[in-house]
Design a protein around this ligand. Structure first.
Ligand code: ADP
Ligand code: MG
Length: 296
């Protein structure tokens, strides 16, 4: 098991007139290799929660076990935790400051006190993982597109060789192409490199497509913890929390209301396509080849 969060509670400005309870008795765990989505309306406590997971914020009460060890125990190596659990903040490109891409990605591993050879090896590998080849190395971060800048910032965290990556709305403010590139790369880190991922997202479509499991926050409380299908079954309750199901799920429900016997738990466009094609084939009237455009 990677992370076990037990009864976590956190209050900002405790004991003052500005007191604000941001986390209220939150418990869950994340296993090695999982891809978990974290959703919730603005102010629900997502950013506060993830900063606890690498030790940036200390809980008011509750425990966090990382690989079975209590991170609040005396002598726990908190600095190691920060490199093992890589945290990519919202708008991480605001933290790019070196004159060129390669130096920027070297910054983190250099601070770990590694040899120059090892630092450069890690930087190359990290840039490769986010799909940036040598033609980018000498560029100023300011010459890059929004999506490219963000990939450099993610590479900077990857170069620390974390076991787990937490990304706070990594697609916010990007165009559709930049979004897809980032999400595909995160998906690949998980599938091909076994990296544990916790993705904070506003997009129900994105988490339905990529996450194995969803955590839903509301008013500092963890309301749901389940597969996307289990969670989106509660779409009426989610709407009361300022959330929704993916649009395709609503379309599927409308088809059912019209009498079409389609699975109401569909959460991605690909699943809907396959289910509709299967229904058409079953009826015999529209063979699959015709629907696909005549290619057998
Ligand atoms: P989210 O990331 O889901 O939008 P946050 O974790 O940022 O939610 O915020 C949770 C709650 O804590 C909100 O009520 C927010 O106003 C409050 N909060 C967040 N950061 C601070 C802070 N630095 N000081 C005081 N209150 C804060
Ligand atoms: Mg936030």
């Amino acid at each position: 098991m990677a992370i076990d969060v037990q009864n976590l509670t956190f209050t900002y400005n405790a004991g003052t007139a500005m007191e604000q309870r941001a986390l209220d008795d939150v418990s869950f765990s994340i296993r090695d290799g999982e891809f978990v989505g974290l959703i919730g309306h603005t102010g629900s406590g997502k950013s506060t929660l993830i900063q606890h997971l690498n030790g940036l914020i200390r809980a008011s009460s509750g425990r966090i076990l990382y690989n079975g060890e209590d991170i609040y125990a005396k002598n726990y190596p908190m600095k190691d935790l920060r490199s093992k659990v890589g945290l990519v903040f919202q708008y991480p490109e605001h933290q790019l400051f070196e004159t060129d891409v390669f130096s920027d990605v070297c910054f983190g591993p250099k601070n770990l006190g590694l040899s120059r050879e090892e630092v450069e090896k890690r930087a190359r590998h990290a840039l490769d993982l986010v799909g940036m080849d040598e033609s980018f190395y000498e560029k100023s971060p300011f010459e890059l597109s929004g999506g490219q800048k963000r990939r450099v910032a993610i590479a900077g965290v990857l170069a620390m060789r974390p076991q787990m990556m937490i990304l706070d709305e990594p697609t916010a403010g990007l165009d559709p192409r930049g979004r897809d590139e980032i999400l595909d790369q995160i998906g690949r880190l998980n599938r091909e490199h076994g990296m544990t991922i916790l993705l904070v997202s506003h997009s129900m479509e994105d988490v339905a497509r990529y996450a194995d499991r969803l955590l839903v926050m509301y008013g500092g409380k963890l309301m749901y913890n389940g597969t996307p299908k289990e969670v989106f079954r509660h779409y009426k309750e989610l709407e009361k929390m300022g959330l929704a199901a993916p649009q395709i799920t609503y379309a599927v429900h409308e088809l059912r209301d019209m009498g079409v016997p389609i699975d109401p738990d569909i959460t991605t466009v690909e699943e809907a396509r396959d289910a509709i094609l299967a229904l058409l084939e079953h009826r015999g009237g529209h063979p699959r080849e015709n629907v696909k455009g005549g290619k057998a």
